[in-house]
Design a protein around this ligand. Structure first.
Ligand code: SF4
Ligand code: SF4
Length: 398
């Protein structure tokens, strides 16, 4: 997917020196501003107090099973791709206390968790991650699996998207139709431009609130040249994808191949470590754990992120349904890019590449899908003539 033309939309320019003012406005309005910083040898998300917290002048190099930070030769604020964390760190925390129980006489009093209202401002949301948030919104904001904790964290979240200025070695958002330009879901979206001696952001507003926040910060209407440079940044990023996935009729490709020998092949390499599910911005499976203290006076129930790669995950009365690594990898990949479509009307993969980068043995979902497809030449020919494309499920706003 190429970046949509920017010709008909109103664009503004915010000079780099005013980015702090933008953060200040969000902080003054009571937002808990979170975004990228350098920590633990990677770009991670944390509370931001100032522009100095951003990964100024840093970038990342990524490949299968490999990630390293590197200095850039400029002072870009958002010159990296994506790190191991996604916004689910805040929307779907890895551990969340649900309630406590306190002994009162011979009984227990349940104390529901009184989660303080969390008014987040997410700074630096990439297009693939905006799609991932939209997928989780669809599941947790409403409907059968609506989740009050997710809703309270998501409802008032301000989204400042930043379009990618470079693609990583494991990115494949273009083939998933999920990037690199953010096209929906944001309050404000920006493209960082470093051109000659100038450093500025070309901004689009997505909501009235986004416009209001922008108007608190010195800015001007963008001219044609500035818009051209911003579009060019996105165009170049789209041309740098490290990976691609052919999604043509991918659902049926996997449904037809439950017994494909490739599942044995990948099982010989997979450590069932669960890294891929933990870094994936759309994986959301959880478990609950009850804990008590030694006095027997106090107990707590916690919700924790779980993974279909653990034996316990599919334990049902007497044994695990998916006891082999082969069964667990097949379950994960088939769910991500096939059964998810039947369940939620969209692919569960947004092409961020995290599962490839953070797999300790460099297993690559695009490569596994390709290996299965290449053994199915007829399917490829039939569907190339216009059958369903999974990427069509990644509609705006999902
Ligand atoms: S399956 Fe991998 S590439 Fe796809 S969204 Fe999850 S982590 Fe990203
Ligand atoms: S595919 Fe890689 S990251 Fe995922 S469980 Fe297997 S070894 Fe771990």
């Amino acid at each position: 997917m190429m970046a949509p033309s920017s010709e008909n939309k109103e664009h503004f320019v915010l000079e780099r020196e005013y980015f702090q003012k933008l953060l200040d406005t969000l902080i003054q309005r009571g937002y808990r501003v979170v975004g990228p910083t350098v920590g633990e040898g990677a770009i991670v998300y944390t509370k931001l107090n100032s522009v100095a917290d951003l990964p100024i002048g840093w970038t990342d190099e990524q490949d299968g099973g490999a990630y390293r930070l590197k200095k850039r030769d400029d002072q870009s604020l958002f010159g990296y791709v994506v790190g191991p964390q996604s916004w689910k760190k805040f929307l779907l925390p890895s551990a969340l206390r649900l309630w406590q129980a306190k002994r009162v006489g011979k009984s227990f009093q349940i104390i529901p968790e009184d989660e303080k209202s969390q008014k987040f401002a997410f700074v630096g949301v990439r297009s693939c991650d905006m799609h991932a948030i939209a997928i989780q919104d669809k599941i947790f904001m409403n409907g059968q699996y609506g989740d009050s904790h997710y809703k309270s964290r998501r409802a008032d979240a301000f989204i400042l998207a930043v379009n990618c200025g470079k693609a990583g070695g494991t990115c494949f958002c273009v083939s998933m139709n999920t990037g690199p330009k953010t096209t929906f879901g944001f309050d404000l979206a920006m493209t960082e431009v470093l051109e000659g001696n100038r450093h500025y952001f070309v901004a689009e507003t997505g909501t009235e609130l986004g416009a209001e926040i922008l108007h608190t910060t010195p800015h001007k209407k963008a001219n044609k040249e500035e818009i051209f440079y911003a579009d060019d940044v996105i165009k170049k990023t789209a041309g740098q994808m490290g990976r691609s996935m052919d999604t043509t009729d991918i659902k049926n490709l996997l449904y037809k191949n439950y017994e494909h020998p490739r599942w044995d092949n990948v099982a010989e390499r997979c450590l069932a470590c669960a890294n891929c599910t933990l870094v994936c911005p759309t994986c959301f499976c959880t478990t609950v754990e009850d804990v008590t203290d030694l006095t027997g006076e106090h107990a707590e129930r916690w919700r924790k992120l779980d993974s279909c790669f653990t034996m316990d995950f599919s334990y049902i009365h007497g044994g695990s349904v998916r006891s082999s690594t082969k069964a667990r990898y097949r379950q994960w990949m088939t769910h991500k890019i096939a059964t998810w479509i039947d369940q939620f009307g969209t692919s569960g993969c947004v092409g961020c590449g995290r599962c490839i980068t953070w797999c300790p043995v460099a297993i690559d979902i695009t490569e596994e899908a390709r290996a299965i497809r290449e053994s199915e030449p007829n399917l490829k020919r039939e569907t190339a003539e216009g059958a369903e494309k999974t990427t069509h499920n990644h509609k705006e706003g999902i």
